[in-house]
Design a protein. Structure first.
Length: 130
């Protein structure tokens, strides 16, 4: 499976912290779409894959379990991620993904993609893995 996981460094001072989330030259992403989503505790989002859309996810707040299954090989990977450290996770085409909120609070997920969502021609195919 060609999933990439990048842990990011935060810079802290007495005012709080900051982080360089997306350095587009490093991601090699032709950005077309930015999406912010929240999920309630115990809920699951996803359980689908894309044939054309390549996505980068960043868990900004909370703790989540990302379950990924490569549709071509059947290989399965599970990542537990939190907002410390903030991590970028790339999910390429043909990888079914599900994101489960495993914290006791709402989680915030930022997604970047190389294709916009088109309701006339959706590139989202349901496949239950969680």
């Amino acid at each position: 499976m060609e999933v990439k996981k990048i842990e990011l460094k935060t810079q802290q001072d007495p005012r709080g912290w900051s982080v360089d989330l997306f350095k587009f030259s490093a991601l090699q992403l032709d950005l077309k779409y930015i999406y912010l989503v929240t999920s309630k505790p115990g809920t699951v989002r996803g359980n689908h894959y894309h044939e054309h859309k390549n996505e980068w996810f960043c868990l900004v707040k909370g703790r989540a379990r990302f379950t990924l299954v490569d549709n071509r090989t059947g290989e399965k990977e599970v990542f537990e991620m939190s907002d410390n450290p903030i991590t970028l996770l790339n999910i390429p085409t043909q990888v079914t993904h599900a994101i489960e909120n495993v914290s006791g609070e709402d989680i915030y997920i930022l997604e970047l993609a190389d294709h916009e969502f088109d309701p006339q021609n959706p590139d989202t195919f349901k496949k239950q893995i969680v």
